[in-house]
Design a binder for this molecule. Structure first.
Ligand SMILES: Nc1nc2c(c(=O)[nH]1)N[C@@H](CN(C=O)c1ccc(C(=O)N[C@@H](CCC(=O)O)C(=O)O)cc1)CN2
Length: 281
C-alpha cells in the first residue's frame, strides 16, 4: 500500500478550514524567511498559500541573508507582541552567522507553531499539552491511519534531529511503542531496522534504507527530501526495493511533505482557538 500523504493533507486542511470559518477573527501566521535558499523560499510560499486557502492570514517577512541576528530577534519580539499574530515560524535553516537556538528560544512558546521552543520540547517529553513539531505530527497521523492502535509495536526512528527524530520518538513512545532511535553511530543498522513494525527514516541520505533491511509488512515513513543530480526528489528509502516488502510506505514526493504544511495550519488553528478562548474537542 502506498500512503497518499497529499490526500491525507487535503482532508486535514479542509477540516482546519471548517474550524477557521467558525472563529470570530481569522488566525494569523507570521512567516519569517532569512536569505535566498531556493528550497526554503518554495516552502514559505507553500505555507502562505496554504494559509490563505484555509482562511488564515499569512504575514510574510523576507529578510536579506546578511540580516544581523539582533534585527531578526527584534522582528520575532515584534511578532510576539502583535495580537493579530497567533503563530510564528522562522524558516530553517538560518544563515550560519545566526544562532538558531537563540532565535527559537525568543519565539513566544504560546505562538510557537513549529513546536521547537524548549518549553514545548519539554512539554512533549513530559506528556503535557503543547505545540508538537509539524513533520513528526504528520508522520504519526499517517502511521495511525494505517495501523490504528500502536501499543506494543516496535518502532525504529533513524535520525536524531531536534526537528524530526527526537520528537518522533517521543510521539511514538506516547503511543506505547517500543522505540529505538538509530543514528550515524548505530551498529548494524540493517539488523536494528529489520526488527521494526514501524520505520521512520529521517537521515537525509538518498535511498539509504533498502528493501532487504525491512521486516515484511512494516509501515515505512520516509521523511527524506534529497535532490538528486537530475533535480528529482528522492527519499531516504529506496522506494523500488522497499515497496514490495513494506506493508505500507510513503512516497517522496507526496508523502510526509504535504502533511508538514497541513499540521502547521492545524497548530496555527489551535493557537488561535486558545487565544480566542474557544473550547476544543
Ligand atoms: N521552521 C521550519 N523549518 C523547516 C521545517 C519546519 O517544519 N519548520 N521543515 C523542513 C522544510 N519544510 C517545511 O518548512 C517542508 C519540506 C517539504 C515539504 C513538502 O511539501 N515537500 C514536497 C515536495 C516539495 C518539492 O518539490 O520540493 C513533498 O514531499 O511532497 C513541505 C515543507 C525544514 N525547515
Amino acid at each position: 500500500m502506498i500512503i497518499d500523504g497529499k490526500a491525507a493533507a487535503a482532508t486535514l486542511r479542509a477540516e482546519v478550514a471548517a474550524e477557521v470559518a467558525k472563529l470570530a477573527r481569522a488566525p494569523g501566521l507570521g512567516v519569517v524567511l532569512v536569505g535566498e535558499d531556493p528550497a526554503s523560499a518554495v516552502y514559505v510560499r507553500s505555507k502562505n498559500k496554504a494559509c490563505r486557502e484555509a482562511g488564515m492570514l499569512g504575514f510574510e517577512h523576507k529578510l536579506p541573508a546578511g540580516t544581523p541576528e539582533a534585527d531578526l530577534l527584534a522582528l520575532v519580539r515584534q511578532l510576539n507582541d502583535d495580537d493579530s499574530v497567533d503563530g510564528i515560524l522562522v524558516q530553517l535553516p538560518l544563515p550560519a552567522h545566526i544562532d538558531t537556538n537563540k532565535v527559537i528560544a525568543t519565539v513566544s512558546p504560546h505562538k510557537d507553531v513549529d513546536g521547537f521552543h524548549p518549553e514545548n520540547v519539554g512539554r512533549l517529553a513530559s506528556g503535557l499539552h503543547g505545540f508538537v513539531p509539524c513533520t513528526p505530527m504528520g508522520c504519526l497521523m499517517l502511521i495511525k491511519a494505517v495501523r490504528g492502535d500502536l501499543a506494543g509495536l516496535d518502532a525504529v526512528v533513524i535520525g536524531r534531529s531536534n526537528i524530526v527524530g527526537k520528537p518522533m520518538a517521543q510521539l511514538l513512545l506516547g503511543e506505547s511503542c517500543t522505540v529505538t532511535v538509530a543514528h550515524s553511530r548505530t551498529r548494524d543498522l540493517p539488523a536494528v531496522v529489520r526488527r521494526a513494525d514501524i520505520v521512520v527514516a529521517a537521515v537525509g541520505r538518498p535511498n539509504m534504507v533498502t528493501g532487504d533491511w525491512l521486516k515484511p509488512g512494516a509501515t515505512v515513513i520516509d521523511v527524506g527530501i534529497n535532490r538528486g543530480a537530475d533535480g528529482k526528489l528522492v527519499g531516504d528509502v529506496d522506494f523500488a526495493s522497499a515497496e514490495g516488502i513494506a506493508g505500507a510506505i510513503t512516497p517522496v514526493p507526496g508523502g510526509v511533505g504535504p502533511m508538514t504544511i497541513a499540521c502547521l495550519l492545524k497548530n496555527t488553528l489551535t493557537s488561535a482557538q486558545r487565544r480566542q478562548g474557544v473550547q476544543r474537542k
